[in-house]
Design a protein. Structure first.
Length: 192
């Protein structure tokens, strides 16, 4: 019965000694602390709600400024901006990223009627109509894109681009033509 009490007593004494050592080490003057402890103490004691823009990007001819206490990382200077990351992310979620390309939805897909949803035969006809619209759209897009690709390949050859790059463009052109021809042969009702 005495062994668990002795083990518990040794644990309490060890924790007390460690706590006193940590208190003494953290309570010492900043000049006596090792550099990593100084930095940790500054980061922990600083008010983290301050602006992150205090750390500016140095110009190529300048030496990077000393780390400012209260920043997330003393090693990485931040870009010169007046908007913090949280605000930027919230704006991007709400309004989209202004650097992203615009998505143009030029056709609206018709929704299936309640009768089509209830009847498998009518729904199959609905799907067939949607597929025909898709095929017609592909053929129309291919008819406008093929001449453009042919011009680009001719320009690339005239400019002396690498044969691998020209072959890549020719392969793309071949596949588009092949798919267009396949759709026209399988579905003759598609008109150009």
């Amino acid at each position: 019965m005495k062994k668990p009490i002795i083990g518990f007593g040794i644990g309490v004494i060890t924790l007390t000694v460690l706590a006193l050592a940590a208190q003494h080490w953290l309570g010492t003057d900043a000049k006596e602390r090792p550099a990593f402890a100084q930095l940790a103490h500054e980061n922990n004691s600083a008010d983290m709600s301050g602006s992150l823009t205090a750390n500016r990007m140095p110009s190529p001819n300048q030496v990077a400024p000393a780390p400012v206490s209260g920043t997330d990382s003393p090693l990485l200077p931040l870009a010169n901006t007046q908007v913090d990351a949280a605000t930027s992310m919230a704006n991007a979620l709400k309004n989209g990223d202004p650097r992203s390309p615009v998505i143009i939805h030029d056709t609206v897909q018709e929704a299936a009627s309640p009768e089509e949803l209830a009847n498998p035969k009518l729904y199959a006809q609905y799907e067939a109509r949607q597929n025909m619209k898709l095929y017609k759209g592909y053929v129309a897009a291919a008819d406008t894109e093929i001449p453009r690709l042919q011009q680009d390949i001719a320009k690339a050859k005239a400019m002396g681009l690498k044969p691998e790059q020209i072959a890549e463009g020719e392969e793309k052109l071949r596949r588009i033509q092949q798919m267009r021809d396949q759709l026209l042969s399988e579905h003759p009702e598609i008109t150009r």
